[in-house]
Design a protein around this ligand. Structure first.
Ligand SMILES: [Zn+2]
Length: 140
């Protein structure tokens, strides 16, 4: 069975995401794209988010990729995402129902190679750009 949200075969996206988070937290060379990995994965798996959370995530991804916000800004955003006390809305969905209706994407997390930090960062960035491109066409 394919993932009903990103379309990855045999729902391999979830273990791959968990594996990537470990990689990013243990190796700084991989960790530089952590914000992109999380935003791209979450946008493709909208059942984990509220509508406001999804829109917020899409806005962040645009700021990271299109507006090229500096790393300090990104770190602050990451912190705010974790610290729910600063937010006026909930990010995480309680009902687990997808808020977008899309199950086929040009790229998924399975398109990311992990051989070394350089190709990893390159592929995560390409995946995130492709997700943003498609997510911006979705009206919710
Ligand atoms: Zn998936």
């Amino acid at each position: 069975m394919n993932c009903p949200e990103c379309g990855a075969p045999e729902i391999l996206c979830k273990p791959r995401f968990d594996e990537f988070l470990v990689l990013e937290f243990t190796d700084a060379g991989y960790g530089v794209v952590h914000h992109l990995t999380v935003a791209a994965y979450m946008l493709q798996h909208s059942s984990k988010l509220t509508r406001e959370g999804w829109l917020h995530m899409r806005g962040l991804l645009r700021e990271f990729l299109v507006e090229n916000k500096p790393p300090a800004f990104i770190r602050r955003q990451n912190r705010d995402l974790v610290d729910s006390g600063k937010r006026k809305f909930k990010i995480a969905s309680k009902d687990g129902v997808p808020i977008i209706n899309k199950s086929a994407w040009m790229k998924t997390i399975l398109d990311v190679r992990t051989g070394n930090a350089e190709v990893y960062c390159e592929d995560v960035t390409a995946w995130a750009k492709s997700v943003l491109e498609e997510a911006e066409l979705i009206a919710i």
